[in-house]
Design a protein around this ligand. Sequence first.
Ligand SMILES: Cc1cc2nc3c(=O)[nH]c(=O)nc-3n(C[C@H](O)[C@H](O)[C@H](O)COP(=O)(O)OP(=O)(O)OC[C@H]3O[C@@H](n4cnc5c(N)ncnc54)[C@H](O)[C@@H]3O)c2cc1C
Length: 417
Amino acid sequence: MTRFEATVLGGGVIGLFSAYMLRREGLQVALIAGGEPRRAASWGNAGFVCPGYGSPTAEAESLLQLIRWKLGRESPIKLSTLFLLRESMPGGWLYRFIRRHTTILSHAKELKDMARDSLALFEQVVKEERLDVGYYQRGVMEVFQDKKKLDMELEEARENAKLLGTRIRELSGEECIEEEPLLSRNVRGGILFEEDAWANPAKVVMEMRRIVREKGVAVIEGEAASLEHSNGRVVSAKIGREHVKSENFIVACGAHSPALLASLGIKLPIAAGYGYAIKLAPTNKRIKRPLVLGDYHITATQTEEGNLRSTGFFELAYMDIKPRESRFEYLRRNAAKYIAQFGELEVVEKWYGARPCSPDAIPLVGRLKGFENLYVAAGHCRLGLTLAAATGSVIADLVAGRENRYAELLSPSRLGL
Ligand SMILES: Cc1cc2nc3c(=O)[nH]c(=O)nc-3n(C[C@H](O)[C@H](O)[C@H](O)COP(=O)(O)OP(=O)(O)OC[C@H]3O[C@@H](n4cnc5c(N)ncnc54)[C@H](O)[C@@H]3O)c2cc1C
């Protein structure tokens, strides 16, 4: 059997962009693509490629808030009691998160730069490879019905604009409705994050799968059961009866990465932050751009075919939870308060998936201690699609032995790995 120069494990956006960038280097690359593509977080996310909205500082604050919000019945952020009890112990995910949450604030500018570079690279790949992913860049508009919440968000957005150079436009209620006539007259105002773009997430997965195959990446369907090692090197990935041999291994299995790395005795501190999505029957009533329905921290987007979608929730738990019907209802009920069609059209798809969350909200990308040819690319939490293209570049540079501007920021060594 072929011995590859690099084998990427994981068929989500992070694995796909890593395989793509490695192949662009001219390497012989294999991609062990995992299970059903629909189950990946990359499939059903909101599709924002967003250096503006969901900025690093907002990320830090929302993660902090989750502890306060645990008990709130209408809160979009949930935390299972078992997770809270176990992971608050020394060495646990929440324990690390509480001690390290300030890291993200001190690295906000670097992460912001990475998100901007990643958007530019993503756009370049979409154009060069003619990816049919519905890509456009018209900003993300966050709207509010509650004036107090709007004012709080405005204050934070202004602060980010000053500190991080985020390009924002403040909008009155009338201006929001002028921009998006489908919006309810109860909208009191909003913020347009002008830099942000959108792509259909499921199409990104399918198109990147197509393109890596066309470029000559060997795509192997299925999940690796374990990684096998000898003398400080990983030698193969076991999948079914086969052993895929390679010079380098890149683990990009999203929230499943800890399970695979456990086969090498590595404890990767990545938790699953579950999110939910609904998709409605198509309509010819259109929104122009992706929306954040700020009072409820949920999104409203629309596919090129006219299907409205809403995503939301952040439910920290162990893997393999059962989705709750009430979460889907929450999305529909609250999205309908802004766009009436959410209450009228049939729900044709319900989806849930796990964001891979590192305890300091910075992705873990780099070589892992103890194995000279083993890399991880996981933990992108809410920003996986946004940071995917730049992550692929970091991996390609590291495997080639080149420097990369973001390598230190993302290095797993900061967590002793
Ligand atoms: C509701 C929701 C909305 C979101 N919205 C946005 C957004 O608007 N913008 C944004 O940037 N991010 C968003 N995110 C986050 C984003 O979806 C994730 O950060 C990103 O998809 C993570 O990509 P990944 O490739 O690391 O993991 P995944 O997409 O989960 O992919 C992991 C892959 O690994 C495979 N795998 C698992 N085990 C194995 C194994 N043993 N061997 C081989 N393969 C394996 C799986 O089958 C899968 O293909 C959102 C997430 C959610 C849930």
